[in-house]
Design a protein. Structure first.
Length: 268
């Protein structure tokens, strides 16, 4: 399945994700450059939402607006959906994710939450039902059993075990994967002293995450226009060459496990 806007346009390979400290002008500049996928975790990024509301007022059918919730209660989920629609003055949310589904979740509650999201889809309030997870076993269950329309999953130079099972299965089932944490929370951009080469740029990280055919879009969350401008080069940059892929895989292997805490490796 190909993710598209209401107007039928393909989703851009780079998606803009919100952050609390982010120049609001990033929204308009990203759209002008060709980005049409916009994601926010919650309603806390007020400047992002204000700018997105303004853009949606003129370009709604040309945007893919994505959000979600970690809540599993149908009542709480519906309250958030209504808040999103009111905040952005939109009738439809393109993708709504059941966020951060984890081994600690109650399977019955997750199933009920997904049932609620699919009911919204039938009613026309959302266009795609999504699941966000770091856990590969959960990701596999979701796509093998087609429990979602789209999967959001961690994939970067250091975290590549999704290549073994998740990404091939996503291709087989036709479920697109949105890649996030492409820079591993920025840690991939700071190589250790004993790595003999330059670390990757953010653009290198995004290009790497876009290599698998299962991944049509990777998220970026720049703090300002300068960072955004650099990241937007992904839209016009060719795919990584074979030597580049080998090089960055070696780098990923080198820095794997050198992140901030066990969260870096507990699932991958």
């Amino acid at each position: 399945m190909e993710l598209k806007t209401i107007a039928g346009n393909p989703i851009s390979c780079l998606g803009l994700a919100s952050r609390r400290v982010q120049e609001s002008a990033c929204i308009a500049q990203a759209f002008e450059a060709g980005v049409n996928y916009f994601f926010f975790y919650n309603l806390g990024s007020e400047r992002f939402l204000e700018a997105l509301k303004l853009l949606a007022s003129a370009q709604r059918e040309n945007l893919c607006i994505a959000t979600g919730s970690e809540q599993r209660s149908s009542t709480t989920l519906r309250e958030y959906l209504d808040q999103v629609r009111k905040t952005l003055a939109v009738d439809v949310v393109d993708i709504f994710f059941a966020q951060y589904v984890s081994p600690g979740d109650n399977p019955t509650e997750v199933a009920a939450a997904l049932e609620e999201l699919y009911e919204w889809k039938a009613q026309g309030y959302v266009r795609y039902v999504g699941v966000s997870t770091h856990d590969r076993a959960i990701a596999l269950d979701m796509i093998q059993n087609q429990r979602c329309d789209v999967l959001m999953h961690r994939y970067n130079m250091a975290h590549r075990k999704a290549e073994v099972d998740v990404l091939p299965t996503a291709v087989q089932t036709g479920i697109p994967v949105v890649a996030f944490t492409a820079t591993r929370w920025g840690t991939l951009l700071r190589s250790p002293a004993d790595w003999p080469h330059d670390p990757p740029s953010a653009t290198d990280c995004y290009r790497f995450s876009l290599q698998p055919s299962a991944i049509p879009v990777v998220l970026t969350s720049p703090a300002n226009l300068t960072e955004l401008t650099a990241n937007l080069s992904v839209l016009q940059t060719a795919s990584l060459t074979s030597p580049e892929l080998v090089h960055w895989r070696q780098y990923g292997d080198f820095v794997y496990g050198n992140g901030l805490d066990k969260f870096e490796t507990q699932w991958l």
